[in-house]
Design a protein around this ligand. Structure first.
Ligand code: TYD
Ligand code: MG
Length: 462
């Protein structure tokens, strides 16, 4: 018998080494190497078409002009948020990875998709739950009763060879794998969930997807530090990486495209987790603005963009004098480093003594915002709380703040203004540099252009 072949893999990034290493040279993590058995059994285990067929078929280079381009056939689902995030529906033969923390709702989202594709045969492969458990979940989802004609099959199986056998018999139009970490391939001897198993199973599914033009969705768990567990490698192999995120204690969930070979990677879908499944949220601004009549200090509204979508979101700040020597700085849904930068601008350029105060910042709805256009709203919230002067709930902001306290222009300003106008806001503060070519007569909202943070403060707080 041949000697067992093993290698060491970094469980965090998938780096392969013939020897054990204390520190991973690729991702610099300590103590992440685990030995995995690699020996491939030569015995012919049925697989998705032996690799030799595709290897022997030598390909020749073809001139780019001669390649016939046909628009990829896309499968339009009844879930508009998912369609948008995927760039307009599911592309045939694509491999899509959906990552997210345990319990966030990945299985629910995929089962809902499986149950609402009328006229298509869907195979839902689960290595995590029994078919009775899945049936119980399906009963909970309100979408089921409406689409009873749907052809959805459940398979509880973890061996890829068996899965491919069933796929060949069933010939589904869409395959969903829940989850990639539970699968194992008989070609590799290490345990399910290890780097080499996850990589091999994904490679087999990739080959199947490409050769049969069947789209495949993979569910992948995410580790604490946000990596698609552990192998980052998966992200390179698949066509599209979607991340399902949100605060488990909030009802809102966000589906974000991180990588997409068939569309924009900045798209975003919003769902609400209800007792009977996930509901699409088509008008996010309404849920992200808390219902309030009076104006409160420390709360402002910002017109931000997520992907291509404008939405209005509330930022809340609380500034209080610090009880201990070191003031606390805490931000939820906003980058803490960026908040510290903005606090330094307030301290240095505007003379506010904030170094003896605790500052807490919260973005409503459990969302994480990366759009710099929220900067102005953040600093106005902080000063509003510090001075205890409320800003009108009919005022919103859309501008970036620079290091010297200058108010900088942001992209797609018309879209932001139009959204604020539509939702009945009365004023919007934007950068002076954004006002060029802006047709203000089109909007009912009054547009206030500013160049420096001091100007904003004197206009708002006198
Ligand atoms: P699940 O899809 O199992 O999460 P994942 O596959 O990402 O681990 O979702 C689990 C949570 O969703 C669970 O805490 C219960 C909740 N849930 C609802 O609130 N409503 C529902 O209709 C369903 C099916 C689940
Ligand atoms: Mg699950």
């Amino acid at each position: 018998m041949a000697k067992t072949k093993t290698a060491y893999f970094c469980q965090s990034c998938g780096y392969e080494s013939p020897k054990w290493l204390g520190k991973c040279p690729s991702c610099n993590q300590w103590n992440t190497f685990v030995e995995e058995v690699l020996e491939k059994s030569v015995a012919s285990v049925p697989d998705w078409k032996p690799a030799s067929t595709s290897l022997q078929r030598a390909t020749k280079p073809s001139h780019v002009k001669d390649i016939i381009f046909t628009e990829d056939h896309r499968l339009i689902t009844s879930d508009n948020e998912l369609n948008r995030v995927l760039g307009g529906g599911i592309v045939g033969g694509s491999l899509v990875l959906i990552g997210g923390e345990p319990g966030i709702g990945k299985s629910t989202l995929m089962l809902q998709l499986a149950l609402t594709l009328p006229g298509l045969k869907v195979l839902y492969v689960s290595g995590e739950e029994s078919d009775r458990q899945i049936k119980m979940r399906a009963e909970r989802l309100s979408s089921v009763s409406e689409n009873a004609a749907n052809d959805c099959y459940i398979l509880t199986e973890t061996s890829t060879q068996n899965i491919f056998k069933q796929i060949e018999a069933l010939e589904p139009d869409l395959v969903i794998i829940d989850s990639i970490q539970t699968l194992y391939s008989a070609h590799i001897e290490s345990t399910p969930g290890s780097v080499s198993q996850v990589r091999e199973c994904t490679a087999e599914l990739l080959r199947f997807a490409k050769e049969s033009s069947t789209p495949v969705f993979l569910i992948g768990h995410i580790t604490k530090d946000g990596m698609i567990a552990g192998p980052k490698i998966l992200e390179h192999m698949v066509d599209t990486v979607l991340q399902f995120e949100g605060d488990r204690h909030h009802v809102y969930r966000i589906l974000r495209a991180i990588k997409n070979r068939f569309g924009s990677a900045s798209e975003l879908g919003i769902y609400e987790m209800q007792g009977d499944g996930l509901r699409e949220v088509s008008n996010p601004s309404e849920i992200l603005l808390s219902q309030r009549d009076e104006s409160l200090s420390g709360i402002t509204v910002s017109a931000m963009l997520e992907g291509m979508r404008p939405m209005l979101i509330e930022t809340q700040a609380l500034v209080s004098s610090s009880a201990y020597g070191t003031p606390q700085r805490s931000a939820t849904g906003f980058d803490t480093k960026r908040m510290n930068m903005l606090l330094a601008v307030l301290e240095k350029r505007c003379g506010f003594r904030l170094s003896t105060h605790d500052v807490f910042l919260n973005i409503a709805g459990g969302l994480r915002v990366e759009d710099p256009a929220i900067d102005l709203s953040v600093i106005v919230s902080i000063i509003s709380s510090h001075e205890d002067i409320a800003v009108s709930s009919k005022t919103c902001f859309a501008a970036e703040v620079g290091l010297s306290g200058e108010i900088r222009a942001v992209n797609r300003i018309e879209q932001r203004i139009a959204e604020a106008d539509k939702l009945g806001f009365e004023q919007i503060y934007i950068s002076k540099y954004n006002s060029k070519g802006l047709d203000t007569s089109r909007y009912r909202i009054s547009i206030i252009t500013v160049a420096k943070v001091e100007e904003v403060f004197s206009l708002l707080f006198g």
